[in-house]
Write a protein that binds this ligand. Sequence first.
Ligand code: MTE
Ligand code: LUZ
Ligand code: MOS
Length: 784
Amino acid sequence: MNKQTEPFLLDASVAAESTPQVGISRPHESAHLHVAGTATYTDDIPELAGTLHAALGMSAKAHARLKSVGLDRVRKAPGVVAVLTVDDIPGVNDCGPIIHDDPILARDVVQFVGQPIFVVVATSHDAARRAARLADIDYEDLPPVLTPEAAHAAGSYVLPPMHLTRGEPARQLAAATHRDSGHIRLGGQEQFYLEGQIAYAAPRENDGMHVWCSTQHPTEMQHAVAHMLGWHAHQVLVECRRMGGGFGGKESQSAMFACCAALAAWKLLCPVKLRPDRDDDMMITGKRHDFTFDFDVGHDDEGRLEAVRVEMVSRAGFSADLSGPVMTRAICHFDNAYWLPHVQIDGYCGKTNTQSNTAFRGFGGPQGAFAVEYILDNVARNIGKDSLDVRRANFYGKGERNVTPYGQTVEDNVIHELIDELVASSAYQARRAATRAFNAKSPVLKKGIAITPVKFGISFNVAHYNQAGALVHVYNDGSVLVNHGGTEMGQGLNTKVAMVVAHELGIRMERVRVTATDTSKVANTSATAASTGADLNGKAAQDAARQIRERLADFAARKAGVTPADIRFNDDLVIAGELRLPFNELVREAYIARVQLWSDGFYTTPKLYWDQKALHGRPFYYYAYGAACSEVIVDTLTGEWKLLRADALHDAGKSLNPAIDIGQVEGAFVQGMGWLTTEELWWNPNGKLMTHAPSTYKIPTINDVPEGFHVRLFQNANVEDSIHRSKAVGEPPLLLPFSVFFAIRDAIAAVGDYRVNPPLRAPATSEAILDAVEAVQAAAGVPA
Ligand code: MTE
Ligand code: LUZ
Ligand code: MOS
């Protein structure tokens, strides 16, 4: 019980200045639970009596007709209660997020190795998994398409090609001072969330379904389950307290799991949990799109790009999923931080008989920007210049040379000052000279260094997704409960939203609790994606909290005989002229006086318009910037390498929570480094993904983090009216480790005395590094 029960304490000694609740480093709202192992993930929810467990029976073929699916042995296996196929689905057999080409369970034809064909429901997780392997399936092979190159050659796409042209690229290429062209290979990436996909469905009275699901998009899960059952949305409730990571992999692809669990729960009228093991998860779910690029570039003596043409082909997999908006973002990030006067970009989403690729941190942005960085890296070596100088020569200007190929004017450009600050703090010039000196004396070990910039557009590139809602409840004891449409995946969204609410109400963060995302609370939510979680939900929660504060201010003003504008809320006190009242006291009095103490809030991002056909408009509210400097050492005999030091400077605007934002930058850096170096997806000639476990798929570990890892936030308030002038930080820093890749390439180039562009593919595995070293030796006439 709070002892301060006297109304309107007269204590003018309390400091009048305000105590901000945002812009300060605070631990993640669940950090104490994470470390104690008491944070509840979907699989930790105490199971309801009678819970059954599901497992998926998967295709062994990349492309085949299902002649017969023999399930007798599955049905007879110990513990099996039911086996369900597509024929059991009462509604629509589709869980595609945009285009409806995504079967929940295969009918007649299978389109990739791992595609779910049936659901086994058993009394235990183990029994279900064992039984799922016992099917006798007769396939009639169909010809598979296994690479994006093959899909492109066959003109086989999941969506119509996209084209963006500005100026006269063909003419300017022909007239260019220098030319270069080439082919770039860039691999995909498994999300490798620590908590795998999972859904737990329980039937509710009167044809209802409650689904707990590890998902970034509860509303879409609600709709997918409703369509699958032939129900209305209001019959389905989807709830997610937190995910153990999503990274884009649970934006759309949690749907198949939610649908299969709900199908079984509906059919058997009992709770059913579906939790694939890691191998099955990796075999079934889509990943970051791998891309190939063919480019043709013209540039002047300083390396300024005069014209560039690029053809991008992505591996969409067997269905569209989010491949369209991913390609759009790739096209809209081919410029990265550079002004491209004459440009032509053609994007093709190759249809392949592999997993349907999906969102992954950056959402095509990293792929598009990687291509232009590769091109500039080539150009610099072609003219014998420091690649940093070439990059600088091409940066967007301020007030001029500042319109993107898609027509948005870059109004918040800070890349010049950000790079200057990083060049100084990382001692780039001196260290670059030192790598050259080292390499001159070191025949086998070669050092390399690189600086790369980031400019990343913030907003969903589908305009209507840029909306959010929130509910704020102030209970009559002065404690506060917040619910919003975003989901928590470890990124600290709930912490930021709670801070925003605490700030708005002038109370301490300890008073505020955030609850599970729940489709029955805030309706029609967007995915927590495109890094917009805090921007959108923070604003919506602020809107709700502000309405409550205004009502409380009116009430306090009447009581104190002042105007509402004179009321201040600060540090758990309400201040009205000379009067000081604890927040909870004011709340109690307001409750007695019948003031509404809860509110909804809503937000839509202003200024956006986008013509998807013409690829023109203002798809982004603002840009986030960053840059990193990485130094590596490469063993040119074994292909082993080590990141010696990395310096990153990142623009999170006026950071809501610097500790969390620095964590996001560090995590994104290491994750992006894994993508570009050690993480290699490999399908065998029959189209089976062989890298479906950590034994063969190498994500980075703490050992890969350099000893000198200097991550700082660039001081820079958002020019747009974002939540407290902060900037989204989830995805943009994933592009920072481009500097690691180009440092490796710089080290390899030393083998040929910097005269040859190493044909280094990404990921730069040891194998890829050795291939590039050999190619450089051959081209430069250096003995191996
Ligand atoms: N950080 C953690 N710890 N776990 C995650 O799954 N996902 C990333 C990023 N940071 C992710 C993460 C991705 S892909 C996105 S889009 C953003 O967080 C989403 O959250 P936000 O919009 O609230 O930043
Ligand atoms: N666009 C985008 C999207 O820019 N980022 C996303 O995560 C996304 N997701 C779905 C559809 N469009
Ligand atoms: Mo993030 S790829 O937008 O979920």
